[in-house]
Design a protein around this ligand. Sequence first.
Ligand code: NAP
Length: 226
Amino acid sequence: MEHAATAAQGIQVARTNRHPWTAEDIPEQRGRSVVVTGANSGLGFLTSLELARRGAHVIMTARNMDKGRSAEARIRALQPTGSVELRALDLSDLDQVRAFGERLMADGCAVDVLVNNAGIMMPPHPGYAATHLQSSGPSGLLKLFMRFGNRFLAQPAEMGVLPQLFAATAPGVESGQFIGPDGKNEKTGHPRRVQPVDRARDADLARLLWQESERLTGVHFDLQPR
Ligand SMILES: NC(=O)c1ccc[n+]([C@@H]2O[C@H](COP(=O)([O-])OP(=O)(O)OC[C@H]3O[C@@H](n4cnc5c(N)ncnc54)[C@H](OP(=O)(O)O)[C@@H]3O)[C@@H](O)[C@H]2O)c1
């Protein structure tokens, strides 16, 4: 991952010359279309809400349409002038992913931003935000521990969502950059550019992951390594 110095400086300036970056700093999004996966809950829900608040057309996706409809209704109630729609998408089913993309193209929908948010993981890096993530994955003692962590160690989801809102909208952010919180151990705080963990920078592992993704999806790009 190579980063242009100018963009890095731009991000630094955004933080140091002004107040720490918050959702209030999201630039006007009118005219942009954004797809948010896993939009019914946690960070995906808040991402959809904030981008709709700033004028984007937000295509919310959910694998469970009951949960999706409830989230869409909450956003419409909180942001009545926002432009949102809901589509079904379970990312574990590649046929659904393909059909979703084809449907977007058939509808003439140009996507400016994809917030590839849906997922489960353990342990969180970077950032630790209290969401459903900690209760939907772990069980038993670990679940109890995570409940404790959510209460006393995590930051609220409204803070945890800032890095992905920053990555999706802040001027100066470039492809390949990694944005996380600026606090101790990158667990909490306001967004800034951070260094991914070593394994995420392992070129051999990245190549294997790319090849496996191409094999599973049947989609190939003629990309030259940088
Ligand atoms: N919270 C943190 O501290 C933290 C830290 C670092 C990274 N993250 C990442 O941030 C993202 C959002 O997590 P969150 O904290 O907001 O957790 P969350 O509240 O549990 O939300 C996760 C969302 O992803 C959806 N999802 C999971 N698997 C899916 C699949 N196969 N297809 C479609 N949707 C799927 C869930 O749908 P259902 O409601 O149907 O389950 C839910 O909408 C995740 O990728 C997570 O790994 C979170």
